[in-house]
Design a protein around this ligand. Structure first.
Ligand code: XIL
Length: 486
């Protein structure tokens, strides 16, 4: 099928209007600089109204806390269970949040059968696991933690000993290659802890990323877990460490932030972390590892932004203030995955029928958004995960750095300020065009194109892909648009 790039205009204004008030939620304030603010979420808490209320109000990214881990998704070899992970993914997508997938290959939380494997049996089981899970969620994941915690603590800079490591030193790149093949639209991250400052461990990760980039092993981002307490404080060189990784040509993300403590000391530390991310243009977002202190995996340290009753703590205020102080001037410079998504070959397994809802379609794009007035940004690949006529496109983000700056809200950003004026000839229906423009939604809610001449609603067939381009007319950051129809 055709996948020619089209060019479209993105008419956005990035500066907050004079007198405009600061954003009042973490997600909206992070979006002012094109970033996300996320939380780790547990499926069994989605029935807790207080929890869900905070989640939906404050956060724009979700990481399943345990539900995508190997023991959860493949408890028996070759038999995959996604019910709990799907609950989180579906909740996120239904509420305009994106998803960080966590984690495809890790020495911990392996199912018993994998713990008992070794050698080529384990290697092929790991690669199959990565392939199956990444394929199942293809098009729904902003970034995958492909490999988690593969380096040892201490001063050696060595790999962590594990059953996976004992399959051969190339197990990490095997996992990344499998993930890229399975989902070319997700950013692929290496994620670890005690790598937040410069030390032997982070130096070893740095060398691996440098080597991967030199050899073309697909890697797009590095996650810094950032679990802090008095024994492991926010490093003085935190920002510098994030920056040196960014300088390798990868995005950096703060992936599991929690800081034990209380009051102004804890608040100050949260503020420092946020300011460090905002000072690094390729730091694309921050995720806290839970919502309320009582939700935390280390609840005794009260390390999160909300107390057990769901009240905002001083740490929350410091975080929000730091995000707002960033203003719209230090956007991340997100780039899409380095390989070109396939244009014709659909994934080997079909996405779950439950998501998106029957009759809906999901359009996912990755690519660069606006970078300056009048500057054309690269094309954005779109993939239809499921065919069908969509009632409405509900979100395009983070196209939204610009959207949010002018409009405070990231929700329903799809088309609010993003108007692809013409899209490539694609697609499922001859002569139709695909795009997004809230203001131009048809009565049926079919994604509509602004401008470009003529009636240009359309849709893609299942598994089909296309691309479209944006042209920035603001002074905005680059971004990775993701458009979801539900
Ligand atoms: C933790 C979860 O929060 C706990 O619920 C679970 O019992 C253990 O794992 N680094 C990681 C996360 O990458 O997956 C871990 O999450 C915390 C440390």
């Amino acid at each position: 099928m055709a996948a020619a790039a089209g060019v479209a205009a993105l008419g956005t204004t990035l500066a907050l209007a004079p007198g405009a008030s600061a954003a009042t939620t973490l997600g909206a304030s992070a979006a002012q600089t094109g970033r996300y603010f996320g939380a780790a979420v547990a499926a069994n808490k989605l029935s807790d109204a207080t929890y869900v209320g905070i989640l939906n109000r404050e956060f724009t990214m979700v990481t399943p806390e345990n539900e995508m881990k190997w023991d959860a998704t493949e408890p028996t070899q070759g038999q995959f269970t996604y019910a709990n992970a799907d609950r989180i993914v579906n909740h996120a997508r239904a509420n305009g949040m994106r998803v960080r997938g966590h984690a495809l290959a890790w020495h911990s939380q392996q199912p018993g059968w994998a713990q008992n494997l070794s050698g080529t049996g384990l290697r092929s089981a790991m690669v199959n696991h990565v392939t199956q899970v990444a394929t199942y969620y293809r098009g729904k994941i902003y970034a995958w933690d492909v490999v988690n915690e593969a380096f040892a603590d201490g001063g050696t800079g060595a790999r962590r000993d594990s059953n996976l490591q004992r399959t051969g030193n190339d197990w990490i790149e095997a996992a990344f290659r499998a993930a890229r093949a399975a989902d070319p639209t997700a950013k692929l991250c290496y994620n670890d802890y005690n790598t937040d400052g410069q030390n032997a461990k982070s130096n070893a990760v740095y060398a691996m990323v440098q080597d991967f980039k030199a050899r073309g092993v697909p890697i797009d981002c590095v996650g810094f877990q950032s679990h802090f307490n008095s024994a492991s404080p926010v490093p003085a060189d935190y920002q510098a460490n994030l920056q040196r990784f960014a300088n390798l040509g990868v995005d950096v993300q703060i992936t599991e932030l929690d800081i034990e403590g209380s009051g102004s000391a804890q608040a100050d530390n949260y503020g420092r972390v946020v300011r460090a991310c905002l000072a690094v243009s390729r730091c694309t977002g921050i995720t806290v590892w839970g919502i309320r202190d009582t939700d935390s995996w280390r609840a005794s340290g009260n390390p999160l932004l909300f107390d057990g009753s769901g009240n905002k703590k001083p740490a929350y205020t410091a975080t929000l203030d730091a995000l707002n102080s960033g203003g719209p001037t230090t956007p991340p410079t997100t780039t899409p995955p380095t390989t070109t998504p396939p244009t014709a070959t659909p994934p080997t397994t079909t996405p779950p029928p439950s998501t998106p809802p029957p009759g809906g379609s999901a359009l996912e794009g990755g690519g660069e958004g606006p970078q300056g007035r009048g500057r054309q940004a690269p094309s954005v690949p779109l993939t239809v995960v499921k065919s069908g006529r969509a009632p409405a496109i509900t979100k395009l983000e983070p196209a939204a750095p610009d959207v949010a700056a002018g409009h405070a809200e990231t929700e329903n950003a799809c088309g609010a300020d993003v108007r692809p004026e013409h899209a490539p000839a694609d697609r499922g229906e001859a002569g139709t065009h695909l795009g997004v423009a809230r203001s131009a939604r048809s009565a049926e809610g079919i994604p509509a194109i602004h401008g470009g001449g003529g009636s240009q609603n359309g849709q893609l067939g299942a598994g089909a892909s296309t691309t479209f381009g944006f042209q920035g007319t603001g002074v905005g950051p680059s971004a990775t648009p993701t458009c979801s129809a539900s």
